[in-house]
Design a protein around this ligand. Structure first.
Ligand SMILES: [Zn+2]
Length: 165
């Protein structure tokens, strides 16, 4: 069970607007998150935002960084098996990732490679989404059917403003 707090959503959006995110993008995000069934706003591919709002790479990264700073968004790092794409781990901070992973399905052990098997997943911040159960990264039900490319950890960590944060 997930409950969306509209006032907190508006408040966080007002903050990213004051921090330089375009008005049109902020309004679009408000409509998107307000109308989205809360279960979908719990985790999404960042490229869904880029697609829906017609954002450039630069604009998307800017929104992610501002969104994290102002508690609009929460980010998760998701590790998937490069043999079968199954999700094997999901954490809040890169430091929490173990060096090696194990895929039950392929019965194979593999290392983390930031360029392809660690991907970024976003959700609305827990101050906006009240969940009855803790968030589990990589739980996105449409994961295997999403035809947008994932955003890799390497792409995001290569963005200068992200490293400064
Ligand atoms: Zn596998």
């Amino acid at each position: 069970m997930v409950i969306l707090n509209i006032n907190r959503l508006k408040n966080a959006l007002a903050h990213i607007y004051m921090d330089g995110v375009g008005k049109k993008d902020v309004q679009h995000m408000y409509r998107l998150f307000k109308n989205e069934s809360p279960n979908n706003a719990t985790s999404f591919n960042p490229n869904m935002l880029a697609d829906t709002l017609h954002l450039s790479r630069e604009q998307l990264f800017n929104i992610i960084v501002r969104g994290l700073v102002h508690e609009l968004l929460e980010m998760h790092w998701v590790v998937n098996c490069h043999h079968c794409a199954a999700i094997v781990n999901g954490v809040r901070a890169l430091q929490e990732l173990s060096d090696a992973n194990y895929c039950q399905r392929c019965q194979v052990r593999f290392d983390n490679f930031a360029d392809h098997n660690i991907i970024v997943e976003l959700s609305l911040h827990p101050q906006i989404l009240n969940r009855s159960e803790p968030h589990k990264a990589g739980n996105r039900h449409d994961y295997q059917h999403d035809n947008r490319p994932p955003l890799t950890a390497l792409e995001l960590s290569g963005y200068p403003q992200f490293r400064e944060k």
